[in-house]
Design a protein around this ligand. Structure first.
Ligand SMILES: [Zn+2]
Length: 583
């Protein structure tokens, strides 16, 4: 009897070790549904949450333990299932996914193991304060002021603005740790979480505690809908719903706003910023017809809200934009073009969602100031892109990142790619197929039907006779890096009665193909032709010019390239005609 109990003791002890030693599978569960009652007390800078989360086991093994993470400034009060309290261990977990640089992690022992694809509802309660905290940035050496202008989230009596995952973990998540000092670790962790949560819904009943002495403030959320909002006694209560909580990044703002309301946009501003708000609303109304023509009618009114710190970095979630209005400059039309594009078209795929919003900015600039200004604007993006591409193709760095297919435009979580590279891809497509074709393809896009990465490429292909498969292969489905064009040779022949036939061979030293413009300059003029040069290949084009050609330039800047220093070719006209020119 004694021995047996000793043995079972030992057995339990060993089991306990086994449980503790088993690595926590933080990515096992997807949080498919949130139903949270949130109480905000601005005076105390406090947040208290009671509610329910639904977890689905998306791993291939049964799970007996669930991990729930919230910001380290919040603390767990209880975790229960069907009314019965569950045992959990709370620990601090270092991760730069939260502004405090750490999470309060609750490791919950579930009542029974949840089979793969099985679900469990957990009743949860947690609370704490949300203060301005830029620890994750200052500890890697970001100057205090810059850090506070980046991580500006806080609850405070005067002004409250709190963004969700990636900023303040004010609703529970489960992620592996992310570090800002480790390359792309944070954006990868965030990207994975967002795509896992792309179909998750969040219902919020949000109560803001009122203050007898002051005016009731305005509450703004980036929710899909907030059908009810009303005052209950001194409190303000709203009921809001998010359909795609992963990409939306649930965010709330509480401030004494006034607003400028226009058909396409509402601009909420803080006292003293009325002129800036009106300027932005005016700029938006001016851009709106152009955006409608390209991307269709807005699905909802765009919302812009002021931030109290004039140096604060802007934040966007769909057509919801937080930006300090006091600091607005002459680029209002450019900002509005981006925001209104999001209001007109949304996609769960970042290369479509953000790519088109940036493409819209380049289109808008072109409509205002011509093609060259748009190309100059895109070149600002291209430098970020070249760096990203060369890092990706550097074996040391690439080995750390996922394989190349995961960095393709359809899968990437890197901003330089789904913003800058995607913008260039849309611009190249537009140069290849023309405005009417691309507009028709965009108009036929239905986000709810976008179940496959090839959906959008097929919509574009359906509008044109041109074979675009090679282009999508090199730029969208796979990551073949960037092209590198070079004029390999040029041959001039005098034609009768007067004129010259120039035969140009263009090499592409890179692995991605493109249709690229080729400019031929001669005394008093220039002609531009376009030619397709596939990756690791060459293309030949004949160009007729009225005067002896003097210079050939491949690429006007509309095609991103890894090396643009070898794009100019000077022809030596002292050579007798009919002789080939060598570079
Ligand atoms: Zn955007």
């Amino acid at each position: 009897m004694k021995l047996r109990s000793l043995l079972s003791c030992l057995f339990l002890f060993l089991c306990a070790i086994a449980v503790n030693a088993a690595p926590l599978e933080r990515n096992a569960f997807t949080f498919t549904k949130y139903d949270l009652a949130v109480r905000i007390e601005p005076g105390q800078q406090r947040l208290g949450v009671r509610g329910k989360v639904t977890l689905r086991n998306d791993s291939s093994t049964p799970q007996k333990v669930a991990v729930l993470q919230i910001s380290s400034s919040l603390g767990w009060r209880s975790v229960a299932s069907r009314g019965a309290a569950l045992q959990f261990v709370s620990q601090s977990y270092t991760s730069d996914i939260d502004h405090t640089g750490a999470l309060s992690e609750s490791i919950v022992t579930l009542p029974e193991a949840i089979a793969p694809k099985g679900i469990i509802d957990l009743e949860i309660a947690y609370e704490g304060v949300i203060l301005l905290d830029a620890t994750r940035l200052t500890r890697i050496g970001t100057p205090e002021l810059a850090a506070r202008s980046t991580d500006w989230d806080q609850i405070s009596p005067k002004f409250t603005a709190v963004r969700g995952v990636g900023y303040v973990t004010w609703y529970p998540i489960a992620t592996e740790d992310a570090s800002l000092s480790d390359g792309e670790s944070l954006s990868e962790t965030l990207g994975q979480w967002k795509s896992r949560e792309s179909a998750s819904s969040m219902h919020l009943q949000i109560t803001v505690e009122g203050d007898e002495d002051s005016e009731p403030p305005e509450l703004l959320l980036n929710a899909s809908s907030c059908p009810t909002a009303h005052e209950v006694g001194r409190d303000f209560v709203a009921d809001c719903m998010y359909q795609a909580a992963g990409s939306a990044v649930p965010t709330f703002v509480i401030a004494n706003y006034e607003s400028v309301d226009r058909p396409d946009i509402a601009v909420h501003f803080l006292r003293g910023h009325e002129a800036a708000a009106t300027n932005y609303a005016d700029a938006s109304e001016k851009v709106a017809p152009f955006i409608k023509e390209w991307f269709g009618r807005p699905r909802a009114k765009a919302q812009t809200a002021d931030l109290i710190d004039p140096g604060a970095g802007p934040f966007e979630s769909g057509s919801f934009l937080l930006t300090p209005l006091a600091n607005s400059d002459a680029k209002l039309g450019l900002v509005a073009a981006h925001q209104l594009t999001h209001a007109a078209l949304s996609s769960a795929r970042p290369w479509i969602d953000e790519g088109l919003a940036h493409f819209a900015q380049a289109l808008y600039l072109e409509s205002q100031s011509g093609r060259q200004v748009a190309l100059d604007y895109m070149s600002l993006h291209r430098s970020a892109l070249s760096t990203a591409e060369s890092e990706k193709h550097n074996p040391d760095i690439a080995a750390r990142a996922d394989d190349a297919a995961n960095q393709s435009l359809v899968n990437t979580t890197r901003e330089e790619l789904y913003r800058s590279k995607a913008m260039c891809v849309w611009w190249m497509l537009r140069d290849m197929v023309g405005d009417p074709v691309l507009k028709k393809a965009i108009a036929s896009y239905r986000p709810e039907q976008d179940k496959d990465p090839s959906y959008m490429p097929r919509l574009i292909q359906a509008q044109t006779q041109r074979d675009l498969e090679w282009f999508f292969d090199d730029w969208v489905y796979r990551d073949r890096g960037l092209p590198d064009f070079k004029v390999a040779s040029a041959f001039t022949r005098k034609t009768l009665p007067e004129g010259y036939m120039l035969t140009v061979t263009v090499d592409n030293l890179g692995a991605a193909g493109a249709e690229v413009p080729l400019m031929v300059k001669f005394a008093g003029g220039e002609v531009t032709r376009r030619l397709v040069v596939r990756g690791k290949s060459n293309g030949v084009i004949r160009v007729e010019v009225p005067k002896p050609p003097e210079e050939i330039v491949v690429n006007d800047g509309s095609v991103p390239e890894s090396n643009a220093t070898n794009n100019t070719f000077r022809l030596d006209n002292s050579d007798p005609p009919n002789s080939p020119n060598k570079p």
